[in-house]
Design a binder for this molecule. Structure first.
Ligand code: FMN
Length: 336
């Protein structure tokens, strides 16, 4: 059996166009232990595209899971092996994405209808790498409420060698909803995840979908016996990244002084300077930090200063330091 090198107690969800390497580097400044995911990268892109551009990341982001999109065992095995060489801690197969592009490629959520194929994909990847291979799925893909197809999917794919499933706890309706509607409209079925953990306690399950606070996350974690193995937050963590600063204490029982916002930004400045030297535009990094002061005095001014100035030509890290000063001034005024 492969060593479980990563803890899944708390993770930030893979999100296309959002969880790129800059986002992950920033999130890592707020939590040392949260497990971070790449955006989904398709096998075609890895096999035919610019690998360094798609896969290279800063070692300081580790541990990072590479999420693959594909449905051909051989291709997935090759890409998993490439991902391992790039230093990813784990390979995750996307069986949850409902977009048309993904459907026409016969991967993503539509693979929930083909558990044997997914099992073969997992088996092939497992043979190709030493790191864990996991699957992110939904609880189903049709409009009927049945639990059994979900159970069959999990048990079949487990036989292919997958010991951990991240479950976005709603069905994907593949008959007309857009991807964003598919993240909102099908009802959340946390009960499916708790039930399957009870029935298959030897398999690890991470629960995902609609979790917007640590209180809800911790409640869901402990709701079944045995308890679930982790929670994954997507949009809530992206919109309000400061919630990551509580991860060590809440999920790992580590009493570290909470990272404050200013420290996180101060740590980011050398990273920004270095990236800009390599041709990255400031806005590509600052778009991920806009929500850092959400709900705080000056939070809107922070967001506005960055949005208005980070895309200007030649914009440097001084724009971020100015935004920080604006927030500090607003905080002093509100405390006075
Ligand atoms: C903009 C965006 C892009 C996403 N891209 C991916 C993806 O590449 N792979 C994937 O498995 N899920 C993707 N998801 C789904 C999330 O990983 C997660 O399952 C979903 O947002 C539900 O979790 P949440 O309610 O905590 O956001 C994406 C979600 C969003 C909002």
């Amino acid at each position: 059996m492969k060593p479980n090198v990563t803890s899944h107690a708390f993770s930030v969800a893979p999100m296309m166009e959002l969880t790129d390497r800059h986002c992950r580097y920033f999130h890592r400044q707020l939590s040392a232990r949260a497990l971070l995911y790449s955006e989904m990268v398709t096998c075609n892109a890895i096999i035919h595209g610019d690998r360094d551009h798609l896969l290279a990341f800063n070692a300081a982001e580790s541990p990072v899971v590479l999420q693959l999109g594909g449905c051909h065992p051989q291709d997935l095995a090759e890409c998993a092996s490439i991902g391992q060489q790039y230093g990813y801690a784990e390979i995750n197969l996307n069986v949850g994405c409902p977009s048309d592009r993904v459907k026409s490629g016969r991967f993503g959520a539509c693979l929930m209808a083909e558990p044997e194929l997914v099992a073969r994909c997992v088996e092939a990847m497992n043979k190709a790498v030493d790191i864990p291979v996991t699957v992110k799925c939904r609880v189903g893909i049709d409009r009927n409420d049945a639990y059994e197809p979900f159970y069959d999917f999990i048990s079949t794919v487990h036989q292919g060698g997958c010991d951990l499933f991240v479950v976005h706890a709603r069905k994907a309706w593949l008959d007309g909803l857009s991807p964003s509607e598919n993240r909102e409209i099908p009802p959340l079925r946390y009960d499916f995840v708790h039930r399957i953990k009870q029935e298959l306690p030897h398999i690890s399950f991470v629960i995902n979908g609609g979790i917007d606070s640590h209180d809800l996350a911790l409640d869901l974690l402990s709701h079944s016996l045995p308890a679930l193995d982790g929670v994954m937050l997507g949009r809530a963590a992206y919109r309000n990244p400061f919630i990551l600063s509580e991860v060590e204490q809440k999920y790992y029982g580590v009493e570290e002084a909470d990272t404050d916002r200013t420290t996180a930004i101060t740590r980011l400045i050398p990273y920004i300077d270095n990236e800009l030297k390599h041709g990255v535009r400031l806005g590509h990094i600052t778009r991920h930090i806009l929500g850092l002061f959400q709900g705080q005095p000056g939070g809107r001014l922070w967001r506005r200063h960055l949005s208005e100035n980070a895309w200007r030509s030649g914009a440097g890290s001084d724009v971020v330091l100015e935004a920080l000063e604006i927030v500090h001034n607003a905080a002093s005024r509100s405390a006075a």
